[in-house]
Ligand binder design. Sequence first.
Ligand SMILES: Nc1nc2c(c(=O)[nH]1)N=C([C@H](O)[C@@H](O)CO)CN2
Length: 147
Amino acid sequence: MSGHSIACLHIIQSALSAIHWESGLAERSVDTVLIEGLAVDTVVGVYDWEREVTQRLLVDLEMAWDNRVPGASDNVADALDYAAVSERVTQCLQVLQPQLLERAAEEVAAMLQSEFGVRWLRLALHKPGAVPSARSVGVRVERGVRA
Ligand SMILES: Nc1nc2c(c(=O)[nH]1)N=C([C@H](O)[C@@H](O)CO)CN2
């Protein structure tokens, strides 16, 4: 192969790798941070009696986060801090006192996206005592773009 052809090949390879990078196909993280079974006692429910008592909700969360950054720095400031998120989710549900789990899910999801910069999340809210013949009932939502 001539020197000219090799030079052309290099140019084509560089252009292709630039396109690959720009298109976001390169090294995209699909990492997540998890919270499972977070117990939150709050006023929740549609019936009159439910507005007079607190009931337990269990929260499961999976949130997209590029864990390579805190993985390299070992610094919690680079991580999605699951302790801070747990505290804020608890506060959000205790202030909201929603009737429906659907309303609670929307509020928590929007808060996580706006306050913590979470680009994608899957959130399940369980209300274990609501239907005595079921182990648990609840809702699951997915919001944002995963990758
Ligand atoms: N899809 C839903 N159905 C029901 C909800 C709810 O939040 N989402 N809530 C109730 C009552 O509050 C119930 O939990 C009382 O046991 C009924 N259905």
